[in-house]
Design a protein around this ligand. Sequence first.
Ligand code: 13P
Length: 252
Amino acid sequence: MASEGPRPLVAGNWKMNGSVAMLKEPRLLAAMLKDVKLKADVMVCPPAVILRRVKSVLKGSKIKMGGQDCHWNPAGAHTGDVSAEMLKESGCTAVIAGHSERRTNHAETDEMVMKKARGAHRAGLTAIICIGETLEERKSGKTLEVVSRQLKGSVPEESTAAKTVIAYEPVWAIGTGLTPTTPEVAEVHAHIRAELAGIMGAEGKGTRILYGGSVKPSNAVELMSQPNVNGALVGGASLKAADFLGIIKVYT
Ligand code: 13P
């Protein structure tokens, strides 16, 4: 496994999945990881309504918890939204910002994503900023251009490596079972690394760049061993402790 660079992160994005019945999965995962020496941070990002319950299940474990989205304001008249401060108070150490499903389903723009990242930083959370091209953009050779535009528009220049994670998630690879080839992953991640230097300066070097999109136990080793891949943002395969563990094992 790529041993150089920042300590990797394997984060599970549960999306709109999760229930009290599902609390057995993080409980199981915590038990399975109890005596495992990890070379990566592990995190789960459940829906906001069960954060506190998940937090109590994870008490005393190595597993961290993140939110899936936040409003950029700390409080106010924003029906249905949660703030980064609320996530922090619920036990989160991070929040995902600008997931492609938010960008598509809620018309989130780069500008909004940057405001959310700043909100996360203000509350003391790590911002996991998502970027990635659509299939059409990939086919028309625009991947690097799109990624550059999203990075410049979404990553605050004052970001630090400690509080910022980039997740490269090609939209066409999410939930489809499709993944880019490993040279394609390496190309985009190298490009992101170079762009981060321009945006964040020296902090860009230590910033974790995750790959996301159909990561599963069977392809995790290959994807995670690419240069500049510092972990994974996992959707479907993070819902079952055994599958998620199969990915986390890459870093044991
Ligand atoms: P899948 O792993 O289900 O493809 O989802 C990836 C993702 O969107 C994680 O944020």
